[in-house]
Write a protein that binds this ligand. Structure first.
Ligand code: UDP
Length: 260
């Protein structure tokens, strides 16, 4: 697969053309941004970890029938993915209240939600990705009702599966953001972008220690170590002598709730 010209550069990723018009290369950078680009840094090794973690999660999701853009990982920083037209909406799924939800509505930090909450944000940096309602999505024809319901259903399935997967390795899936796109070939809606500690909030089950991008947002330090810890628990990062000892507690006995 020949790597072609750069098609798009985002905050954390670059998209390159390939010799096949229906596939592109997704390259993971080490750049991190927060607060609508106001805070920026380069975090050595983050892109490599996100590439591996996202590959693992998207592969697992495709095994349970969640169609997504991943074709295969090409190297340490790149994946071959299906080219899609990204739907300009960020789908945020929450299990525990934190971040913008607590600020916006005054909900107490750490409140466990009775059932998963889906929120929609318009993907528009200039407007600061404003939160929007279902009615906005339908009124402005960003999606039709069938498409929106299909994506909602997928969001809940993804949440259900990932919550279980992370619970099994001693991590709470607090919230996460996903994006969907329409394939060029037949306009099918599939999961796209990435799922990684950049786009999820992941708290250690026992200590609530943050293992995600909040370490960058809140200047908590040890960002790469936290991402490595997620990768290690997922079983995709082998122990290496050059990795500093981890300061986070190891998962102990895992409590698995009985499904209702
Ligand atoms: N999120 C993301 N990209 C964004 C905004 C949010 O990946 O542009 C993720 C974020 O990492 C978290 C979830 O979506 O897992 C909910 O984020 P929230 O709205 O609380 O964002 P905050 O304003 O606190 O960053």
């Amino acid at each position: 697969m020949k790597k072609g010209k750069k098609l798009y550069e985002g905050k954390a990723k670059i998209i390159f053309a390939t010799s096949d018009k229906n596939t592109v290369i997704q390259h993971f950078k080490d750049d991190a941004t927060a607060f609508n680009n106001q805070k920026k840094a380069n975090i050595d090794g983050k892109g490599i970890l996100n590439n591996r973690i996202s590959e693992h999660l998207l592969k697992s999701l495709s095994e349970i029938g969640i169609k997504n853009h991943l074709i295969k990982r090409l190297n340490m920083r790149e994946q071959l993915v299906e080219l899609v037209n990204i739907i300009p909406i960020e789908f945020v799924i929450r299990n525990i209240a934190t971040g913008s939800l607590t600020k916006r509505l005054g909900i107490e930090e750490g409140t466990i939600l009775d059932y998963p909450l889906i929120e929609y944000c318009l993907k528009d940096d200039k407007l600061g990705d404003p939160i929007i309602s279902r009615e906005h999505i339908l009124n402005f024809k960003w999606l039709n009702l069938i498409e929106l319901d299909l994506i909602n259903e997928q969001c809940l399935r993804i949440n259900d599966y990932l919550q279980g997967l992370f619970r099994g390795i001693g991590i709470k899936l607090v919230d996460f953001k996903v994006e969907f796109g329409k394939t060029k070939s037949n306009e099918t809606i599939i999961l796209a972008d990435e799922i990684s500690p950049d786009t999820c909030r992941l708290w250690d089950q026992e200590t609530d220690k943050k293992l995600d991008k909040d370490r960058f947002r809140k200047d908590l330090g040890n960002i790469v170590e936290a991402y490595q810890e997620v990768a290690r628990r997922l079983g995709i990062l082998h122990e290496q002598s050059n990795i500093r000892p981890i300061k986070f507690s190891k998962p102990t006995a895992v409590k698995i709730k009985k499904s209702k």
